[in-house]
Design a protein around this ligand. Sequence first.
Ligand code: PXP
Length: 260
Amino acid sequence: MTSNKKSKKPSTWLLPRLGVNIDHIATLRQLRGTPYPSLLEAARIVEKAGAKQITVHLREDRRHIQDQDVYDLKKHLTIDLNLEMSMSAEIVKIAHKVKPTWVCLVPEKREEVTTEGGLDVKKYRTKLSKLISDFQKKKIRVSLFVEPDVKVIQLSYDLGADAVELHTGRYCMAMQKAFGAKSKDIAQAEFERIHDSAVLGKNLGLHVHAGHGFDLINVRKIMALDLIEEYNIGHFIVCRAAIVGLDQAVKEMLGAIQAP
Ligand code: PXP
């Protein structure tokens, strides 16, 4: 692993921020086509519990979040809105109209259960560079959801992104022992990739975010690195909310990412 001694923290650095992804509140609604649960009510609870951002993914197939949800959240939220989205022209047009604080560009496949890998920044560099500058002209900040790979971090910086969100899915799954006997080695290798990518990102002056697969246990080792500025966490928080309520689920996660 490379040393993080030289890493520069942005002057605004305080405690890590929590962005709560509420896609699966919408999943529950879409499952039956009911008017409940209310996304706005959920967002207000998240906000009151101390999270600094609401994250939603407006997927091309609209399986959970709908266009109107994004407009309503933008209108009523007092905390930041982070819109996860593919590079599709239709979604880009909506993002320009909504003007969220952040867009997080992600790869998207119709058949996937959730976002599977990081963006292929090399393949789409020309398209990404144009999308990034168009968003930034409208004062929308751009994050790229990428694999924790130093080459990809460097390229994201070269393309002008404001932030990288490191895809922690493989690390988190390995920590949950999803790869059987290989889990321990995979978790360690992924942890080192996350560390090295975060150090490089910080040294380049990028905002370094992380997301995918976090729970109350696997997030602690990443939090202890003290390199991640923002966490975007959804599935675990919504699952935990079914047991203890959304307010407590958010507060527990805030405790995990902010308590030393
Ligand atoms: N960040 C990004 C870019 C994602 O696509 C997702 C999943 O929607 C998350 C964070 C949140 O992941 P999880 O639901 O596993 O916490």
